[in-house]
Design a protein around this ligand. Structure first.
Ligand SMILES: [Zn+2]
Length: 82
């Protein structure tokens, strides 16, 4: 009868991975706010930009004050990566 414990445990682990997780989530099907970027955002991503564009903006804000990704023409670069 010891084996009967294995199955329920495995099923529970899978369910916990794919489904109901406590904490706030966001609607599915959202895309990056960057024009032309079709990257879908995770429901756990509270940002409105994909990780690529979010990181680019953060880096620029730190490195060069007042400059945006558009000013530097970075959008084209990141789109290729994404
Ligand atoms: Zn993006």
């Amino acid at each position: 009868m010891a084996r009967s414990l294995d199955a329920p445990a495995a099923i529970r682990a899978v369910a916990a991975d794919t489904g109901a997780r406590p904490g706030p989530t966001w609607p599915t099907g959202r895309t990056c706010r960057e024009p032309g970027c079709d990257t879908r955002l995770s429901i756990y991503n509270r940002s409105t930009a994909c990780s690529v564009h979010e990181e680019v903006r953060r880096f620029i804000v730190r490195g060069r004050r007042g400059m945006t990704a558009d000013d530097l023409g970075i959008e084209t670069e990141t789109r290729r990566i994404a």
